[in-house]
Design a protein around this ligand. Structure first.
Ligand code: NAD
Ligand code: DAU
Length: 360
């Protein structure tokens, strides 16, 4: 039975990936999820899997060498899927250091521990061992509004402390592949959306605020473009890269779904109106009047757009979920999980929201 070590599995994409993997492989695989449970990690995301015999949760920081190396000595790990990171650009602008700590040093610890466990004395590696580093399209910088795409060969040009820390972690993984022939892949994906996304990110924040009749903060002119991908499609791509991809390669993953932020907000408002029952009192306040233009993000990248040509040609992966369907599924999920939203927005979230948006 193959054993996966997933880092950051209690976060948004990691928890969706774990659900996807158990749906696909059932009892054929074992998953160990290591997560420090920062503000972004939530074991409620994994309630349905916690009773499984082939699932184990370990609370640990990926920067803690002893804790991570213990996982490797106590278990025969076959695959690492490395999600754990500080992931929010606005937080990185306010407090960059923790991004360097987790995203760069944490990745170095993961690489060192995996290499120590997997490398043979002659420099080869034990059969079938693979490390997948989950990264972002933001490492490529910003595209002009009128054209161009990010390819795997696009030079790195990160702008935010977040993207600079992810770029650094990617370069470390590349250095391990080049120097030690370490068996890894890197994936660089565009913006994800879907169930379990923390409401600091655009889509869940807008859904939550609109339902509560709160202002919908739009940075700058609202015309920045992102390339949105339904999270389950990302989970599928990650699995396929480990199953069918060529080792040592980078694969870009994207939704072929570019939208301006302001378009996203209009789609969410329209979809909420369509999906809420006729007599729901919230329908009264869900309208464009909530849209509020606020001060722009510092160093705000204008446009991201991925060319997923390589992953399509080599592995046959393509985004399957159309945005109209994905956003309905996401909103439907938030309707059914009001308690989840209440829990994650109580306590510290209120302070975060005030610090980030008051006077903006
Ligand atoms: P998230 O913030 O929702 O989750 C991050 C998880 O990592 C949380 O569970 C958190 O507790 C855990 N974590 C943070 N620091 C840790 C540490 N020091 N030790 C152990 N665990 C720690 O993030 P996400 O949106 O799910 O993103 C996951 C990965 O995918 C990240 O590497 C991110 O850069 C990348 N990515 C995200 C997107 C996106 O749109 N969200 C797109 C492309 C790539
Ligand atoms: O591109 C992949 C990246 O996508 C991931 O690597 C990051 O982890 C993830 O957070 C995301 O980064 P973005 O900065 O693109 O996502 P965010 O949801 O924070 O913002 C999306 C766009 O919406 C961006 O142009 C900023 C804008 N925005 C965001 C918020 C939170 C607003 O206009 N208002 C807001 O309140």
């Amino acid at each position: 039975m193959r054993t996966y070590l997933v880092t950051g599995g209690a976060g948004f994409i990691g928890s969706n990936y774990i659900h996807y993997m158990f749906q696909k492989y059932g009892d054929e695989i074992r998953i160990i999820n290591v997560d420090a449970l920062t503000y972004a990690g939530n074991l409620e995301n994994l309630k349905e899997v916690e009773g499984r015999n082939n699932y184990t949760f370990v609370k640990a920081d990926i920067c803690d060498k002893e804790a991570i190396s213990r996982i490797f000595t106590e278990n025969e790990i076959d695959r690492v899927v490395h999600f754990a990171a500080e992931s929010h650009v606005d937080r990185s602008i306010k407090n960059p250091e923790v991004f360097v700590q987790t995203n760069v040093l944490g990745t170095a610890v993961m690489l060192n521990c995996a290499r120590a466990a997997w490398e043979n004395p002659d420099g080869t590696y034990k059969e079938g061992k693979k490390f997948l580093h989950v990264s972002t399209d933001e490492v490529y910088g910003s595209l002009p509004e009128d054209g161009g795409y990010f390819y795997e060969t696009t030079p790195y040009a990160p702008h935010s402390p977040y993207s600079a820390s992810k770029a650094s972690s990617d370069l470390l993984v590349k250095a391990y592949m080049d120097t030690y022939h370490f068996p890894a892949n890197i994936t660089n994906c565009s913006n994800n959306y879907g169930p379990y996304q923390f409401p600091e990110k655009l889509i869940p924040l807008i859904i939550n605020n609109a339902l509560q009749g709160k202002k919908l903060p739009v940075y700058g002119d609202g015309k920045n473009v992102r390339d949105w991908l339904y999270v389950e499609d990302h989970a599928k791509a990650i699995d396929l890269v480990q199953e069918k991809g060529r080792l040592f390669e980078t694969y870009n993953i994207g939704g072929h779904n570019e939208k301006q932020n302001i378009e996203i907000i209009h789609i969410i408002l329209d979809t909420l109106q369509e999906m809420l029952p006729e007599n729901d009192p919230r329908k009264e306040h869900i309208n464009e009047g909530l849209i509020t233009y606020v001060q722009d993000r510092k160093g705000h990248d204008r446009r991201y757009a991925i060319a997923p040509d390589k992953i399509k040609a080599e592995i046959g992966w393509m985004p399957e979920t159309m945005f109209k369907e994905g956003i309905r599924r996401t909103i439907g999920w938030f309707f059914e999980h009001e308690e989840w939203m209440k829990n994650v927005t109580s306590g510290d979230y209120q302070k975060y929201y005030e610090d980030m948006y008051q006077g903006r």
